[in-house]
Design a protein. Structure first.
Length: 255
């Protein structure tokens, strides 16, 4: 029951954020002509005739690039963050990661485009490069909040390494993994669109750039709405996974 409440609360928060964006969007549309900022109703009701017939193909390519770039950064970023936290070098590593985040994504996108040309390599590498520092910093900061009193107790009873990992490290790692998925995918979506926008012949970023060139703002805002919906679905699925099968790691500590 408690896990169900956590899931419903999280999903409600995500849905409220989505509706809030729609309200803000609708409010702004009242002050601008429809050819600049069309309302959500205008976009949904009048977009069908202008969408490309292969929209599903472009959407699938974008989703595959998002996951490929995210996973390329997720595994090394999380592992490196864990090692950083365990070795006590968080301050130095976080400083280096913050320095990497200063590099604008547009510059990296142009560099990757020149190096690898038009295609999937540039968006995927751009995602990995922009998401990796976020995951390292988040993992390091999350694991630095371990329950040290619990660790001292486990040491006092001569707990094995497996018991230390099970009762101390793992409960702290699972919420970090959830945060890494949420932050990483959200960042990956934005970066992938940027990479496709800079140089690609397919994907939602490419369609967005084309719609911008022909000044079809209904199509531009439709792609925004589509990305928001995909993000909402992902966050809901992630909340369901981490609040039900892995719910015990989010219960209040009793030690």
């Amino acid at each position: 029951m408690k896990a169900t409440r956590i899931f419903i609360s999280t999903l409600f928060t995500e849905a409220a954020g989505f509706l809030g964006m729609l309200v803000l969007w609708g409010g702004l549309s009242l002050f601008y002509p429809v050819y600049i900022i069309p309302s959500p109703i205008d976009v949904i009701s009048g977009i069908s005739e202008s969408l490309p017939v292969d929209l599903g193909h472009h959407l699938m390519i974008t989703l595959l690039r998002i996951w490929a770039g995210f996973l390329t950064a997720f595994i090394p970023g999380t592992v490196f963050g864990i090692l950083t936290a365990l070795t006590g070098s968080s301050r130095q590593v976080n400083s280096a990661m913050v320095a990497l985040q200063v590099v604008p994504g547009t510059i990296l996108g142009v560099i990757f485009l020149i190096m690898f040309g038009i295609g999937s390599a540039s968006p995927i590498l751009l995602i990995a490069a922009m998401v990796l520092p976020v995951l390292v910093i988040n993992t390091t900061n999350g694991l630095s909040k371990r329950n040290y009193s619990l660790e001292d107790y486990l040491h006092s009873i001569h707990a094995t390494r497996w018991q230390m990992a099970k009762y101390s490290y793992l409960p702290g790692l699972v919420p970090v993994l959830q945060s890494n998925f949420s932050l990483g995918i959200s960042t990956a979506i934005k970066v992938c669109i940027l990479g496709e926008f800079i140089g690609s012949q397919d994907g939602l970023g490419y369609l967005l750039n084309h719609a911008r060139i022909v000044f079809n703002m209904k199509e531009v805002f439709f792609y925004l709405l589509l990305l928001m919906f995909c993000s909402l679905v992902f966050q809901g699925t992630l909340s369901l996974l981490f609040s039900l099968p892995l719910r015990k790691f989010f219960l209040p500590e009793t030690v």
